[in-house]
Unconditional design. Structure first.
Length: 114
């Protein structure tokens, strides 16, 4: 869940159109990141897995959601450590939490557009 106080503080000086653009950019990139992460889970390609989970964690960090950010960071750590046990479960957790973030961002976007 997004920490709205931190989110609002961070974006308070930004024009609403730029906040919406930032959200749109993330949502557009999300599908690529999550598909690549899934593909690399299946291939057990830990280098690419680390790369994409790091990218995802980085962009999620701009939205002040400790749940999805933490899930992405834990996933990145598993890739760094080349931990196979629990990788699919961790992926499902990442997807679940990041989809909740995406839903929240769509709601925030509506607020900024109204």
């Amino acid at each position: 869940m997004i920490n709205r106080q931190d989110f609002n503080d961070f974006y308070s000086e930004m024009e609403p159109e730029k906040v919406v653009m930032t959200i749109n950019d993330y949502l557009a990139a999300y599908d690529e990141y999550i598909v690549e992460i899934r593909r690399n889970v299946e291939k057990k390609d830990f280098e690419r897995l680390k790369y994409y989970s790091h990218k995802l964690a980085g962009v999620i960090g701009f939205f002040w959601d400790p749940d999805s950010h933490g899930a992405a960071q834990r996933f990145e750590q598993m890739a760094t450590d080349k931990t196979e046990a629990g990788l699919n479960e961790r992926y499902e957790d990442l997807v679940k939490k990041s989809l909740l973030l995406n839903k929240e961002l769509l709601e925030i976007k509506k607020e900024y557009l109204s």
